[in-house]
Design a protein around this ligand. Structure first.
Ligand code: CP
Length: 309
């Protein structure tokens, strides 16, 4: 593959190939390993039309650890503010001959459209409520490192599923790896016909996380909601917030995950987020390793310097 746009259709072999590379990268970083030169002489552009802390910083760090020159486009001060379109922006950057563009955009499908207009590799860093492939891969790596496997585990994805690209990518990856996936949400925050996604659906959180191996919490994505439709934080926390009482329904060694950013006291109690069962910081750590692995995997498809000389 030249691009990473979606997790839909990724095979277990493809996913495990990336996770194996990421596992090695994570160990290399933990042992204070030196920068590598897999992407020496290559240029990576981070083009984020939506805000980000984890994804943008970790792509920058991953690119630099692999020897790439990394450029962070500041969209807020770019000519986008003068009305330049996504495609014109991308074509303009493409003319500068980058090797990889990492894109986040608020519109579902925008990153795939952009990939059709440029010559370089494109990585989807989140497009609307559609997909966030590297998040699902880092989540799978975190689970695999903590539990030794993904196949056969039951993972409850809880909260605002309707607006979540993280949920969609995780459903694809977890199903491909043989996990059992549950969606736990109020019916107003579920997509239509969720069973078609190959998941079990629960509108009662107490039942939804009963006996699970992993509880993955999602924040309310208010920026994607109709104003008349936004649930109150207090009510949401009462019924769907992860506190110690609800967590006691999961297996005693269940992992607590959250892709971030977290809204403490809304979808997750602060003490649960900081509990020893929480692997939220490990998820961030694995983010750098997975992004290194994805860049390394895509590097095999970049034209060689000899080819373009
Ligand atoms: N999980 C995630 O995508 O976080 P950021 O929005 O901070 O990148």
């Amino acid at each position: 593959r030249r691009h990473l746009l979606t997790c839909e259709g990724l095979s277990a072999n493809e996913i495990n190939f990336v996770l194996d590379l990421a596992d090695k990268a994570a160990d290399h970083i933990r042992q204070n390993g030196k920068k590598r030169d897999v992407l020496a002489g290559r240029t990576l552009i981070n083009l984020f039309f939506e805000s980000s802390t984890r994804t943008q910083a970790s792509f920058e760090m991953a690119g630099k650890r692999l020897g790439a020159d990394v450029m962070n486009m500041n969209v807020a001060t770019s000519s986008v503010t003068k009305g330049e379109t996504l495609i014109d922006t991308a074509v303009t950057l493409n003319a500068m001959r980058p090797d990889i563009i990492v894109v986040r955009h608020h519109a579902a499908g925008a990153v795939e459209l952009l990939s059709q207009k440029v010559d370089c590799s494109v990585i989807n860093a989140g497009d609307g409520a559609h997909q966030h492939p590297t998040q699902a891969l880092l989540d799978a790596l975190t689970i695999r490192r903590a539990k030794g496997r993904v196949a056969g585990l039951t993972v409850a994805i809880c909260g605002d599923i309707l607006h979540s690209r993280v949920a969609r990518s995780n459903i694809d990856v977890l199903n491909a790896l043989g996990a059992r996936v549950r969606l736990v949400a109020p019916s107003t925050l579920l997509p239509s016909s969720p069973e078609r996604l190959g998941v079990e659906v629960f509108t009662d959180m107490w039942k939804g996380i009963d006996g699970v191996d992993v509880v993955m919490m999602l924040r309310l994505q208010r920026e994607r909601m109709d104003a008349s439709y936004v649930p109150s934080s207090r009510e949401f926390f009462h019924f769907f917030g992860l506190d110690h009482e609800k967590l006691a329904r999961a297996k005693p060694d269940a992992l607590v995950m959250h892709p971030g950013p977290m809204n403490r006291g809304v979808e997750i109690a602060s003490t649960v987020a900081d509990h020893s069962r929480s692997v939220i910081r490990e998820q961030v750590e694995m983010g750098v390793a997975v992004r290194m692995a994805v860049l390394e995997a895509l590097s095999a498809h970049l034209p060689s310097f000899k080819d373009v000389a």
